[in-house]
Design a protein around this ligand. Structure first.
Ligand SMILES: Nc1ncnc2c1ncn2[C@@H]1O[C@H](COP(=O)(O)OP(=O)(O)OP(=O)(O)O)[C@@H](O)[C@H]1O
Length: 167
């Protein structure tokens, strides 16, 4: 049985089992569940085109989002320092993960901002504020965690290097 058919029969069974005053209005799930994503304006026909769209998203974020550019520069610098300090591969992997997390959060923040702006345009809405503030909060949390991780992994070898240079 297809997913949309299953959802329709599930909802009908659920409504039949409920007292009439508690049952939810019947929704035609085939209007909501679109297995072929009929609501999408365009669907990437193959993997190569999917990568092209993903690259377009990255380029958009880099060109338009100042914070994304700052995080790219800081992340690149952090990787350069890791290489310079000869950190262990696992330490580099952890720092790389946190850099990736921050950049991914920035991209999601940009996506949420765009969807919110598309929905409410230039009008004020309390839910738009919550969505944007929470997305910005997610970026902040990931950035703080990455600073904590980078500091705890880079500081000891950096201090040791400076001390040996001063001797
Ligand atoms: N339509 C809206 N309704 C209510 N509040 C909004 C709306 N648009 C923006 N805001 C408020 O203004 C703040 C800044 O909006 P903006 O679109 O610049 O998001 P941002 O997260 O600060 O952007 P960036 O991540 O690029 O710095 C939001 O965090 C939110 O509090």
């Amino acid at each position: 049985m297809k997913l949309d058919q299953w959802l329709i029969s599930f909802r009908q069974e659920k409504n039949a089992a409920m007292p009439q005053e508690l049952s939810t209005p019947s929704i035609n799930c085939s209007d909501v569940v679109k297995p072929n994503r009929d609501l999408s304006w365009r669907i990437a026909p193959n993997l190569l085109i999917s990568f092209k769209y993903a690259w377009a998203g990255l380029r958009y974020a880099f060109v338009t989002q100042r914070n994304f550019r700052i995080h790219v520069v800081i992340g690149t610098g952090a990787i350069a320092i890791c290489v310079f300090l000869h950190l262990q591969p696992v330490e580099m992997a952890v720092i790389g993960l946190t850099i990736g997390l921050v950049l991914a959060m920035e991209l999601l923040n940009t996506a949420i901002e765009s969807v919110v702006d598309l929905t409410v345009k230039q009008s004020y809405h309390e839910l738009a504020k919550i969505a944007k503030d929470c997305a910005a909060g997610a970026v902040l949390i990931s950035a703080l965690v990455s600073v904590l991780v980078a500091t705890s992994l880079m500081l000891p070898p950096l201090v040791a290097l400076i001390q040996s240079a001063l001797r």
